[in-house]
Design a protein around this ligand. Sequence first.
Ligand SMILES: Nc1ncnc2c1ncn2[C@@H]1O[C@H](COP(=O)(O)OP(=O)(O)O)[C@@H](O)[C@H]1O
Ligand SMILES: [Mg+2]
Length: 383
Amino acid sequence: MGIKKLKVITPTFSPPEGLDSFPMPTLVFHAPSKTLHANSAFEEAFGKAPLVRFSKSPKVSLIHERPIDLTLLASPGRHEGYTIEDTSGSKIPVEIRVSPLKGASEDTCIAVIENIQVRQNLETQLIQNHLDLKNAFLELSRTQAALTQSAKLASLGELSSGIAHELNQPLQAILGFSQELAEFEKLSPAGTEFVQDIIHASKKMAEIIKSLRSFAREAGEEKTETSIEHAVREAAKLMSHSLTQKGIRLEINVSPQIPLLLANPIQLEQVFVNLMSNARDAIEAAHPGRGLIRVGITSNANAIQVVVSDDGCGMSEEIRSRIFDPFFTTKEVGKGTGLGLSISYGILKKLGAGIEVHSEPGHGTEFKLTFRPLGITQEGEVA
Ligand SMILES: Nc1ncnc2c1ncn2[C@@H]1O[C@H](COP(=O)(O)OP(=O)(O)O)[C@@H](O)[C@H]1O
Ligand SMILES: [Mg+2]
């Protein structure tokens, strides 16, 4: 008994009537015969050529990016994320909605293709607008924070200026009287010594008051021809006691013939005192009892460079990004004010000087200051 071979007859498929007048780009796919029909709207939108390619070799898709084969067109549903290349080669993002064709055999599907370029552009624009808005908001909160900080700084300035003023008057009296007392002939040698001590201490207090006033920006800001080395050595003198006490060595290296610069020497000194005291604190935090602070001064034709480095605890990127903010401190209450670097930054900025920081946790910190020497303009030209 032989098996009867059945001949499968594939009916020729003809696209539904009215397909051409349908306004949306549409494909009809008949799975058994693998025939594909496009309506005029499709050809208008995407051209004829790719369709020919598509129908001739069904495995090579005209829909790129996520290649598909004809089975997509036979799977009902909504398909996103595809692009179709038009005749000019531009890729057009499309959404394909596939549904079984009513009144035809089961294996016939109709795919309506929608160009979603405009929608996508709008979406991208919307996302961009959202990001812009978010950035603007961030910027605004940052500005607000900075404003609050400078308001705080301003009130602190007022306060210290008031205190400085109040203290200065009695101090001037003490100084005046003790200077007169020093002229007294009837003073015992011990008395003379005491009076000299009083004069010395009062002068020191007057200096402190002066720098308080300079913080309050009310003291004179007179600039004179100033030697950086002198400012560094004066700062070193002020720091020497507390450095020796903590077992910290200070090394100062100065290249020959460093030019002068136009600055207020007291303010410049203040910058170096701030940098050195931060270095001291960082060393103490890392390894109490020993440490090294280096100050190197070099110069070239249009810049003087001062590098202050320490072998202290260093700092993380997160801390580093905030050190110039007023009131930013990582030190315990009573130890740090968080003003040292913000004041120094202000002083340097007014001088047109730059400050850079390199630091690594556990590996110490380096502050690099760049000054314009006397007679050199900001652009590095000789004035
Ligand atoms: N040399 C340094 N090494 C490590 N951290 C430093 C150094 N200099 C500054 N910092 C960090 O910057 C912060 C701000 O410094 P500053 O403005 O001088 O304020 P303060 O010393 O009062 O904390 C410090 O609390 C510290 O965290
Ligand atoms: Mg400090």
